[in-house]
Design a protein around this ligand. Structure first.
Ligand code: SF4
Length: 491
């Protein structure tokens, strides 16, 4: 009796191929072979997710699931355009079949190639992993060499365009789609910075509003003008902000954790931004069955945009060893989202990877969109207009117009000596707020701790202010910090 083997790669077309076969054949003569062509390691999340999907499909449709032993290999020499990995896995399939069946002339292999007429139809077959990996001719040619006796068929080749396979699997069969087949939702990490505003705009242009979100984690220390800026950008782009709140301020986090944030360890960032983001993304996956892709507004530093590395970056993007600190930061963020969430989350850095030409995001936002930048970017310029603020005037003369990042109203605990000297010179009231916060923590827990460190020990903002007042602020204003830069400005 004819035996039908569906070669499944973990996607929806293998599943639907079985359904089509069952219109003609009994489940007893159909088997599903699962071989993941795209993940090499059997404990990696993508593999596990595809394997789970295949197992759910086999159970739902009542067919036997077989996972071929990929160590089985042929001794024939193979002539094929496929890469070695694919050849090796398809060889394993053919060897497994030989161990299972004596009469190979009864075997029909069914390959789930995306029907050409469904290619590019977003709701139906968006970004399927099975999409375009091979054409029918190449598969037939390979199996003529491996198993010349078997028939090779492409059962859903002429599937009608009105068939929405994803909907059928999800709604009629009640099976969650594999991660690779879920609808994508493009999420800009909307931080209040100019880079993230520009990337949000780019993302919406590329993927349409209905597939995008502007995501903002509010620490409750944000400068009010940042909120004004974000509202105006959101209105310009035509997409509402999705705002997530932990509900605590950084200070409340420090009290809860009994640990004052500093340049080495900022629990505020972990609790108020990273944790909230991960919870939000997992809920999206669970409740809306979508797959998030995160967009960050990190740009290469000015000097790296202009030199040769702009060209070299083409093939070596977000490289951990890049001489550009921002590109290294992007590599760190990518690695985090690849490893830390329950399943890896794709990250994109359009200002580094996609938009090759120099983008003057601040200029575009200000002059083309007509939106004033957050005042934190121009705080020194504003302060310099006041006649008695000589320090602000000196900052502007050196090309420092404001704060380098616009988060937490200048009170970032990851800031170093130069950052706090700038805060003292431009916004002394904010400096005072932070000094008071530090004192409250020290008094409450009776601990000699501080945001800044000097000679490896505590050095309070009060001491620093007194030193600046006695030695002159200028001495501290132009010495670059060697602290680890804050990534909150991108998240
Ligand atoms: S910007 Fe600085 S203070 Fe604010 S949450 Fe991030 S690390 Fe903490």
């Amino acid at each position: 009796m004819e035996q039908h083997i569906v070669i499944g790669f973990g996607g929806i077309y293998s599943a639907y191929t079985i359904q089509e076969l069952q219109k003609t054949y009994s489940p007893d003569v159909i088997k599903l072979f699962f071989i993941d062509l795209f993940s090499d390691v059997s404990d990696e999340p993508l593999y596990l997710n595809n394997a789970l999907f295949m197992s759910n499909v086999a159970e739902k449709l009542g067919v036997e699931l077989i996972t071929p032993d990929i160590t089985l290999q042929t001794d024939k020499s193979i002539d094929s355009n496929f890469n070695e990995n694919i050849i090796s896995k398809l060889c394993a399939v053919s060897e497994q079949i030989k161990t299972m069946y004596e009469d190979l002339s009864n075997i029909v292999l069914h390959f789930p190639i995306v029907p050409k007429n469904l290619n590019g139809q977003n709701e139906i077959c968006i970004e399927s992993v099975e999409n375009d990996w091979a054409d029918n001719f190449e598969i037939k040619s390979l199996f003529e060499q491996l198993l010349p006796e078997v028939q090779v068929q492409f059962t859903i080749e002429d599937l009608a365009t009105k068939v929405n396979i994803k909907e059928i699997i999800q709604n009629e069969w009640g099976i969650d789609l594999p991660r690779s087949e879920r609808k994508r939702v493009h999420i800009a990490m909307f931080s209040g910075g100019a880079g993230s505003a520009y990337v949000s705009y780019y993302m919406v242009q590329a993927y349409r509003k209905e597939n995008c979100k502007l995501f903002f984690t509010n620490t409750l220390w944000e400068d009010e003008d940042n909120l004004r800026f974000m509202d105006e950008v959101s209105e310009y782009i035509g997409l509402e902000i999705t705002e997530i709140l932990d509900g605590r301020t950084p200070e409340e986090v420090f009290f809860d954790m009994k640990y004052l944030g500093n340049s080495r360890l900022a629990k505020c960032s972990e609790e108020l931004k990273v944790r909230q983001t991960l919870i939000y993304l997992e809920e999206l996956r669970d409740n809306e069955k979508v797959e998030p892709i995160l967009y960050f507004g990190i740009a290469p530093h000015e000097k790296h945009r202009r030199d040769d590395s702009h060209v070299k970056r083409r093939d070596n993007i977000v490289e951990e060893n890049s001489s550009d600190m921002n590109i290294r930061k992007a590599a760190g963020i990518r690695s985090f989202y690849a490893h830390f969430p329950l399943e890896p989350i794709e990250t994109r850095f359009p200002l580094i990877e996609t938009l090759r030409e120099d983008i003057d995001a601040k200029g575009i936002i200000k002059y083309e969109w007509g939106i004033e930048l957050p005042r934190m970017y121009t705080a020194a310029v504003e302060a310099a207009k006041l006649e008695d603020n000589v320090l602000a005037q000196k900052l502007v003369a050196k090309g420092i117009n404001g704060f380098s990042h616009a988060n937490c109203g200048g009170r970032c605990v990851r800031g170093g000596f130069q950052h706090y000297a700038t805060l003292y010179a431009i916004w002394p009231e904010q400096y005072k707020e932070q000094e008071d916060m530090e004192n409250r923590f020290r008094d409450h827990f009776n601990k000699d701790v501080s945001i800044l460190k000097k000679n490896g020990g505590p050095y309070t903002l009060k001491q620093y202010r007194e030193d600046m007042e006695s030695s002159g602020v200028e001495k501290f204003l132009f010495q670059p910090d060697d602290t680890i830069p804050c990534v909150c400005s991108f998240s």
